[in-house]
Design a protein around this ligand. Structure first.
Ligand code: SF4
Length: 418
């Protein structure tokens, strides 16, 4: 059987797309491998939302071209956000790619492979945590963001299609399913909101952990904490990109909420009856950000101990966005200030790690084993948050009772009890 390898760059949404691409390849008779090695087909699923991601994708493409030229007959496919953002204009440089297809666009791959359309993502062998895409695109049009340019306006998948894919993932042995989309909180159908959809999944698959990603603060469903309280298999985890707490900057970003409304929401998270963790992102050095704005942000981070994982990014002026067309490059804080602010967020994040490690030390928790020696807790998403390091080998895919013995950065050390 010919062998194919998929290289996935970027976020869990791309992981979900790669599973769909892998499903097409499997149906066409390809065996998906976990290493590039001497495979016959390489599909690169690229990311392009900011310049560093574009640069990483370009570098991967360059290496892929070298790989292709090492032996004749190799097939090279370019997919994802890079061709979505910069479609081939025919000016050259991409002719060595056998196929170019946009983000999550399986129809072109199916045509290329001469197979019929069918639902069904396919994981690389042994994948324990999977992703289930409930929508494509985004209609929020935040002033700095390229996603709506790349993936278009938000289109929700139907509950029926979502349940079909969930069934595939369950049959393939998924132990955890991450619910992804650019704006998951806005998902709805005539029967209910995202809270309804997650409750359906949680009831149908009581042994699978469900985790919701990318909750836009303005679209946060009021009843979501109730869903977490009711279903033990919905993770007590909020992934909410706050970006800033300055009302002036939020308005400029096109994010329709205020610092006060975010604080009210975080008060709820902080006072929730179950231990709950928040993952969030911040943009530092947005055009017009003053030292006072940053101090407000820093105080916010310090105030809320429910924040467990922080990702802070410098603002990147991206062509095609509303912020870019405001031509406000001169109002971007200078590089030194941006780096100093990022470093201070790094310090605050480190303080949170120490507080969380103290808080968790001695706690008995369920940990899902991702590999024999590493797993993740209900408070941490696989791959992007901290890991749990076992004191002895565990069968991957098993949920084991463990005692937390310490912490190092985002990671925890744990003693396996059963
Ligand atoms: S909600 Fe997220 S994906 Fe959508 S436009 Fe805003 S930043 Fe981009």
């Amino acid at each position: 059987m010919p062998e194919a390898f998929l290289l996935t760059l970027g976020c869990p949404k791309n992981e979900a797309d790669s599973d769909a691409f892998a499903g097409c390849l499997t149906r066409a008779g390809w065996n998906i491998t976990r290493e590039l090695g001497d495979t016959d087909l390489l599909l690169i699923n690229t990311c392009a939302f900011i310049k560093p991601a574009v640069d990483e994708s370009l570098e991967a493409m360059q290496q892929a071209l070298e790989w292709k030229n090492e032996r004749s007959g190799r097939i090279l496919i370019l997919a994802g956000c890079l061709p979505g953002r910069y479609p081939d204009d025919g000016s050259g440089g991409l002719e060595d790619f056998d196929l170019i297809t946009g983000p999550g666009d399986t129809s072109r791959l199916e045509e290329f492979l001469s197979i019929q359309s069918a639902s069904g993502p396919e994981p690389a062998e042994g994948t324990i945590s999977r992703y289930l895409k409930i929508s494509e695109g985004c209609s929020n049009n935040c002033a700095y963001c390229t996603i709506p340019l790349i993936r278009g306006a938000r289109k929700d998948r139907s509950p029926e299609d979502i349940l079909i894919d969930a069934e595939y993932l369950a049959e393939q042995g998924a132990a955890e399913i991450g619910i992804v989309g650019q704006d998951t909180a806005s998902w709805k159908c005539d029967r209910g909101s995202i809270s309804w959809m997650i409750s359906q999944l949680a009831c149908r698959y009581p042994d699978i952990w469900f985790r919701l990603y990318y909750v836009h603060p303005a679209n946060y469903p009021d009843d979501f904490l109730g869903v977490i309280a009711e279903h033990e298999n919905v993770m007590p985890y909020i992934d909410m990109p706050v970006q800033h707490v300055s009302d002036r900057l939020l308005k400029r970003m096109g994010r329709p909420y205020t610092g006060d409304s975010i604080r009210r929401l975080f008060d709820e998270f902080e006072n929730f009856k179950k231990m709950l963790s928040v993952r969030t992102t911040f943009i530092v050095g947005y055009p017009g950000e003053t030292e006072e704005d940053f101090k407000d942000l820093y105080e916010f981070i310090s105030q809320y101990r429910c924040i467990r994982t922080i990702a802070a990014f410098p603002y990147w002026p991206e062509e095609g966005t509303r912020e870019f067309s405001r031509n406000s490059v001169e109002k971007i804080p200078d590089e030194g200030s941006v780096q100093s602010r990022l470093a201070r967020i790094g310090d605050a994040s480190e303080e949170h790690n120490i507080i969380w490690a103290d808080r968790l030390k001695g706690e008995i928790m369920d940990i899902l084993a991702d590999t024999p020696l590493l797993g993740h807790s209900r408070l941490d998403a696989p791959a992007v948050d901290g890991a749990c390091c076992f004191d002895r080998s565990v069968e991957p895919g098993r949920i084991v009772r463990c005692r937390i013995t310490g912490g190092e950065g985002y990671d925890l050390t744990v003693e396996v009890l059963d």
